[in-house]
Design a protein around this ligand. Sequence first.
Ligand SMILES: Cc1ncc(COP(=O)(O)O)c(C=O)c1O
Length: 382
Amino acid sequence: MSNRTTDNIRPRGVLTRMKPYSPGKPIWEVQRELGIEKVTKLASNENPIGPSPLAIQAIQAYLTDIHRYPDADTLDLCAAIARKLEVAPEQVLVTNGADELITLLSETFLEEGDEVIVPSPTFSEYEFGANLMGAQIVEVPLREDYRYEIADLLAAVTDKTKLLYICSPNNPTGTYLKKQDLYALMDKLPPHVLVIFDGAYSHFVTADDYCDGLELVRQGYPLIVTQTFSKVYGLAGIRVGYGIASATILHNIRQVKEPFNVNALAQVGAVAAIQDDAHLEATRDMNALGRERLYDDLQELGFKFTRSMSNFVLVELGPDAKSIYDQLMRKGVILRYAGAWNLPHHVRISIGTPDDHQVLINALREVLQESKEQLALSTQKD
Ligand SMILES: Cc1ncc(COP(=O)(O)O)c(C=O)c1O
């Protein structure tokens, strides 16, 4: 028998536990599959007004230098982030999206059998990182209206707990941990637990009792704040995220990081974007208005939703949620179906431009009308 076969090559055992990430459906895929030209994507919490014009200019100006390797230490970008967030440059680590940082944190701190506390439902990459390293996930369900209860998180801690994730505002619920609760949690946790405070959506929060975690890093708590250029800064396509923590924690993570993890165009684009306050403010303002408008229209249509501090809203469409999601897709509107979070009656809707919003609401009205007509037809037949 020929030995030319790959059938006996065995991947690591932990891979059997790993579910592939299911991203929002891209615009091109819907265009190709359904033959629709105009597609409105409200599925991945991207910036609906696009990237900062300053970032585009900076990237264009850098193009002739892309034959050179990028700065492995991302010094200019660390300095720009440090200035903006009022931390020392040594307290900043830049990565290929915040996703990479979550994997790096797992590779740095997790051994097989360690425990990772993950509230539920939340962003799935935390589980991915833990599974990758053979660690155990300890899920802590959020309470009513997806509220964080710190007593539940504390009760889940054991001697084996290494990491505890807090996503605030949380994806997909839009709910957040109040400042007083964050301090109470940090003060009560045993010192061997590193808290990962995922602030991917911090910039969209308008509540006064919110805390983005940065002041706790400045005070020396064992906490890393992760943020991203993919959301408010509109640079999801070039992949830049970062962590803010003590220099010691970041030193540990640097030991497992690839040297050139952030490409040169991403670095110059991000340096420009973080200085573009006008773009940031325009994005936040549009989001705050868009969120209210979405609430009003959902209320009028009779749907329940969770009030959000982010750039998306979790909406309960009921038992027909998957069918409504599919029908909207056929009309060129992409939402995120929440089945993967074990919320089969829900969708998550990203806040878009006023035009995106109108397209969504018109399409939703059409879908509901068509369902009514079909129901009437089928009861006539009966
Ligand atoms: C809560 C949360 N954290 C992190 C990320 C990852 O962001 P990035 O695009 O920087 O990898 C996302 C992306 O959707 C997210 O929702």
